[in-house]
Design a protein around this ligand. Structure first.
Ligand SMILES: Cc1cc2nc3c(=O)[nH]c(=O)nc-3n(C[C@H](O)[C@H](O)[C@H](O)COP(=O)(O)O)c2cc1C
Length: 384
């Protein structure tokens, strides 16, 4: 296992993950769509923003607690849904959910987890949300919604930015496609990453997308063929009427994930959603889409405080959390940051990612002169 205590930031965890994983698995996590312009822009938007720190404020005690989607959270951080975690670390989905529960943060389970949502919910505890891809097999999709309610997920996040699979060219070059055919190069990658290979072999091979067993049109339930078919199986006809139907069906909080426009956000609020999730899928879908942090202020203004706004894509530092809060987000969600930690070292790695982010957030708050997260607003940012 990698020594994650030597990882001082998320970039360190990323390096440890890169060392441990075969190239095709690392690139699947790390990569974005096409030229990765949006993926880079997500980071640049955070790096461009600067603070205007306050001084001479008592910052001995720092309070990061805040409301996230109607309940208290230890910090304004949510674990974003990521599919295929088990490709990198067997049992990785559970590791992530347990780490989130230990930190008192909500965890959003992906449709594409490599353990069933029932198994994760039973073993992890904590605040769980469920992310839904609306599949062409609508009956099956309804069973996913019912199962998420039955295991006690408090929110359903319908992902709407996947009308087509993003063109992820690293995966194409690496032949991480469907049907997955083991090439000599893949075998070589497995051989030169023995810690990964040993863990995968010890756990009976590459896991499958367990929630999707029984979905129509899946012929071969092997992990890699399912991985690719999910993109194909997502229903591009998804529209407002469908969303209203999920609004009817789902008694808990309803979020829409993948929003980048103020007019869409406004329309969604009028359709009765409980939260807007600003996301460009970490730059994995439409390359050329705006950085989410750049899209945030207009969306926050359009929503006008009627429902909370959550943002993801590009968060790598605790200071980023503060910047997103300053622009009106209630919380940020973190995808790759958690995935890198988990890929490096399983649950201790997932915990390390959250330790890094919460420690950095606390330090940034102290250095910005804001003892409580509730005080963070636009005036904390430098105008320039
Ligand atoms: C490897 C990987 C798998 C993902 N799988 C899903 C998924 O199954 N469902 C979903 O809605 N978003 C998925 N996402 C997107 C994340 O939920 C989130 O929007 C994105 O990771 C945020 O950007 P960040 O990685 O820079 O934090 C995935 C992202 C990654 C990196």
């Amino acid at each position: 296992m990698s020594d994650v205590s030597q990882a001082y930031n998320i970039a360190d965890l990323r390096r440890l993950a890169e060392r441990r994983l075969p190239r095709m698995i690392f690139d699947f996590i790390d990569g974005g769509a096409e030229d990765e312009v949006t993926m880079r822009a997500n980071r640049e938007a955070y790096e461009r923003l600067r603070f205007a720190p306050r001084v001479l404020r008592d910052v001995v005690k720092i309070d990061m607690r805040c409301e996230v989607l109607g309940a208290e959270s230890r910090a304004p951080i949510v674990v974003a849904p990521t599919g295929g975690v088990g490709f990198a670390w067997p049992g990785g989905d559970l590791a992530i959910a347990r780490a989130a529960a230990a930190f008192g943060l909500p965890c959003c389970l992906s449709t594409n987890t490599t353990a069933t949502m029932e198994a994760i919910a039973e073993a992890a505890g904590g605040r769980l949300w469920y992310q839904l891809y609306v599949l062409r097999d609508r009956e099956f999709t309804d069973t996913l919604v019912a199962r998420a309610a039955a295991v006690g997920c408090e929110a359903l996040a319908v992902t709407v930015d996947l009308a087509a699979g993003g063109k992820r060219e690293r995966d194409m070059h690496n032949r991480f496609t469907v049907p997955f055919k083991m090439s000599l190069w893949h075998l070589w990658q497995a051989l030169i990453h023995p810690r990964w290979s040993a863990a995968i072999v010890a756990n009976g091979g590459v896991p499958t997308f367990e929630n999707l067993r029984g979905m129509r049109t899946i012929q071969d339930p092997s992990a890699s063929s399912i991985a690719a078919s999910v993109g194909r199986e997502i229903d591009a006809s998804l529209n407002e009427a469908d969303l209203l139907r999920y609004r009817e069906m789902w008694k808990g909080k309803l979020l829409v994930k993948g929003v980048e426009r103020a007019d869409d956000a406004e329309r969604l609020v009028s359709l009765g959603v409980d939260g807007i999730w600003v996301s460009n899928h970490g730059g994995r879908q439409l390359d050329g889409a705006a950085a989410t942090l750049d899209a945030l202020p207009d969306i926050v203004a359009a929503v006008g405080g009627k429902v909370p706004v959550i943002i993801d894509s590009g968060v790598r530092r605790g200071a980023d959390v503060l910047k997103a809060r300053a622009l009106g987000a209630q919380a940020v969600a973190v995808g790759r940051a958690m995935f890198y930690g988990t890929a490096a070292a399983g649950e201790p790695g997932a915990r390390r990612a959250l330790t890094i982010l919460t420690d950095e957030l606390e330090r940034s708050m102290r250095l910005c002169g804001v003892p409580s997260i509730g005080e963070v607003g636009r005036s904390l940012l430098h105008r320039g």
